[in-house]
Design a protein around this ligand. Structure first.
Ligand SMILES: Nc1ncnc2c1ncn2[C@@H]1O[C@H](COP(=O)(O)OP(=O)(O)OP(=O)(O)O)[C@@H](O)[C@H]1O
Length: 246
């Protein structure tokens, strides 16, 4: 593992029957870095995030986190080590308040999580204030609108006190003002010392937010570098931006 990386993928491959969703992808994430993942629909971005968080096991390759090899470790153990993620398809716990949805994250978070519900709720309150949902803590989670569900998804992941946060399309379906608000939240998260990977289709947002961008196409990494050079790379333009520009 490169000495400065907090998270590293080495030769990650994931097959689904005959389909190679991720093929021999290597990259590293530095502490405090925001790394953007882009690529056309079906490029393998969510699969790659799942290989990092542990909801999928790789067919081949390794994942290293803070000096430990973790690719055979269950997702909940990786969460306890400090890998948090949001899900593209949001699934709040039905019937629970916004506060308790986030408190669940605090109870099962880094280390052993919070041992008592009262403490978990206190952490949840802080996370909800952090993402701008402080006024909605008593609402039922399923009553939140789309943009607020995105914030809830972030708060749930933050309540687990991650050291690395994997964000899967937290801006999808948001308007420009809401996107700017989420960009600000993600920057604030980074300022607390958390390293972040962001999957996003909104190119303007990813360019603004990312220190570095990595591009996947048909499961393969085709570019990795500074936003301006990656977004003008001819392979990237041809594979992605030429067809789908935000
Ligand atoms: N559980 C699965 N079983 C079979 N095929 C899968 C599974 N999950 C993903 N795939 C396939 O793997 C490929 C990569 O999918 P993935 O969701 O990782 O792409 P993506 O880049 O995140 O796409 P999008 O931008 O549309 O979310 C696709 O062809 C998808 O259909």
């Amino acid at each position: 593992m490169s000495s400065s990386a907090i998270l590293e993928a080495r030769g990650l491959t994931r097959r689904f029957a005959g389909l190679v969703a991720v093929h021999d992808v290597s990259f590293s994430l530095s502490p405090g870095e925001i790394l953007g993942f882009i690529g056309p629909n079906g490029a393998g971005k969510t699969t790659l995030i799942s290989l990092l968080s542990g909801t999928l096991a790789p067919t081949e390759g390794e994942v290293w986190f803070d000096g430990r090899r973790i690719d055979r470790m269950a997702a909940f153990r990786r969460a306890r080590l400090g890998i948090g993620r949001t899900f593209q398809i949001m699934q709040p716990f039905p019937g629970l308040s916004v506060l308790d949805n986030v408190a669940v994250g605090a109870l099962f978070g880094r280390g052993q999580g919070q041992s008592r519900l009262a403490l978990a709720r206190e952490s949840a309150r802080e996370c909800l204030r952090f993402v701008g949902l402080g006024k909605h803590i008593d609402h039922r989670a399923e009553d939140l609108g789309g943009p607020d569900r995105k914030r809830l998804e972030l708060a749930k992941a933050l309540a687990m006190q991650p050291r690395v946060l994997l964000c899967d399309e937290v801006m999808a379906g948001l308007n420009l003002v809401e996107i700017d608000e989420v960009i600000e939240i993600i920057r604030k998260v980074r300022d607390t010392g958390i390293s972040i990977i962001v999957i996003e289709h909104v190119i303007k947002a990813i360019r603004t937010l990312s220190d570095r961008i990595m591009v996947l196409h048909h499961g393969e990494k085709i570019a990795d570098g500074a936003p301006d050079s990656v977004l003008t790379d001819s392979r990237v333009v041809e594979a992605y931006l030429g067809k789908k520009r935000s």
